[in-house]
Unconditional design. Structure first.
Length: 130
C-alpha cells in the first residue's frame, strides 16, 4: 500500500533525552525567575519571561522546523546559549551539583546530536545530483 508522501520519523533515545533536557532548561529558567527575584514583581515577569524568551529563540533558530534555519555552527551556538543559561541558573541559585550534572548531560547529548546532524547533512549533499 503506498504511503503517499508520508515520511517515517525515527525517534531515538538521544532525541527523547534532548527533549527532556530542553524541558528541564525551560523549567530551570522559570525556577530561577521565581527564586532570584522579589515576588510578585519582577519575579513573575522573569518566571514567565525567561523561559518564554528561550523557547522563542529555540523555535526561531534551533528547532527542526526553524523559521530562520541556521547552519550547524549557528544551531550549536543557540543550543549552547540556552543550555548554558540553564546551567548558570543552577549555579546562581546555589545548586552547583545540579548544574554540573545537567551541563554534562546537555553537552554529551548535544555532541551526539550534532555529529548525527552533520552526518545527515553530508549524506544529503552527496545524494544531490550535480
Amino acid at each position: 500500500m503506498p504511503t503517499s508522501g508520508i515520511v517515517a520519523v525515527r525517534i531515538g533515545p538521544n532525541d527523547v533525552l534532548r527533549f527532556a533536557l530542553e524541558l528541564f532548561a525551560l523549567f530551570s529558567l522559570g525556577f530561577w525567575g521565581y527564586l532570584a527575584w522579589p515576588f510578585p514583581w519582577p519575579g513573575v515577569l522573569f518566571m514567565v519571561g525567561a523561559p518564554l524568551f528561550a523557547a522563542v529563540v529555540w523555535a526561531l533558530f534551533r528547532s527542526p522546523k526553524a523559521v530562520f534555519p541556521l547552519d550547524v555552527v549557528g544551531r550549536s551556538l543557540v543550543e549552547i546559549f540556552v543550555m548554558g543559561a540553564a546551567v548558570a541558573v543552577w549555579f546562581m541559585i546555589g545548586y552547583p551539583v545540579v548544574g554540573v550534572v545537567f551541563g554534562v548531560l546537555a553537552a554529551t547529548s548535544g555532541v551526539i546530536a550534532g555529529r548525527t546532524e552533520i552526518a545527515a547533512e553530508l549524506t544529503a549533499q552527496e545524494a544531490e545530483p550535480r
